[in-house]
Write a protein that binds this ligand. Sequence first.
Ligand code: UTP
Length: 338
Amino acid sequence: MRTETIPEDDMSPAYARKRNTSRRSSGLHERQPAAHDERLLKPRGTVRKAVFPVAGLDTGLLPATKAAPKEMLTVVDKPLIHYAVEEAAAAGIREMIFVTNRNKRAIEDHFDMAYELETTLAQQDRENELRHLRGMFPPDVRYLYVRQSEYTGLGSALRCARPLVGDEPFALILPDELIDSETPAIAQLLKSFYAMHQPVVGVQRREPGDNAFDTLRTGASYRERTHHVVRFARDARSQDDGFVAAGRYVLGPSIFPYLERLPETGAAEVGLHDALQAMLTQEPILAYELSGKRFSCRTKLGLLSATVHFGLKHPELAGPFRELLRNIGPVTPKPIEV
Ligand code: UTP
């Protein structure tokens, strides 16, 4: 297990140089790439890296998230971020890139070696627990961290990951969207990406009570479950085709120039879907209908639903948990405090 952190300060001179270079070469002050340039428009190569933006404010889960990262809240016995990394690792991804901030240090600790714990378990001959702890993730997985110093939006978080992503296609996983599916959600998207070599957004049909606000309008269908994105929107009330973004993306490095063109850090929130909308004018983007049960764990109800769902699937807890739910007597809800 290897971990690396790029401190913001250390990174800034090199990063600034890179950013300036990439801005110049990205077409910020130049013409946009010609739409027929296959080499530019078709991201090629194997997806080896996943980006996990975890530098959000997490207001939807207050007060639980006042000092603790939302991604470290547990669903049964694993934190949300653990499920997300498991999903990426199961899809063959080996470089996990986290965009964090100063309130999210617990995430780094979770993926680091727990030296005291391991030593104690070894001294007490608790072999099973030790094996389980050490075998949680493949040993060749690398964990890399970059800081987002200001809360300036998901697009700006992704911008921070650029030096670590480099010039290759990558997966983007929002850990607060937890998806339970036979084939890991990001593996479903990768299959679509390798078939079409086009950026692809994981979508699902809006379900009653779904409060996702990143909606999409789609057009022609290419293949089964695969549609052409026509427009990205950010509107909870929109009923565009009934599709919502499910927190999973496979993108090429061509997204970065569009992210750079959006408002400067600190000026306004930089939205990923605004950048994707701008990219649509030059490059086709696909929407792939993900199979699986999705839980939006950025809300309390979403987190609670996920807990019940995964509790009822847990190999050891399913039986007693079902029994517990069956035997719950009448409970009077507390009145809403004003
Ligand atoms: P959200 O839009 O859900 O915001 O972020 P949030 O701050 O996490 O949560 P609320 O709305 O206050 O409850 C979507 C994803 O983008 C990341 C979040 O961590 C989440 O994974 N994000 C958002 C960042 O990494 N940086 C940001 O500046 C904003």
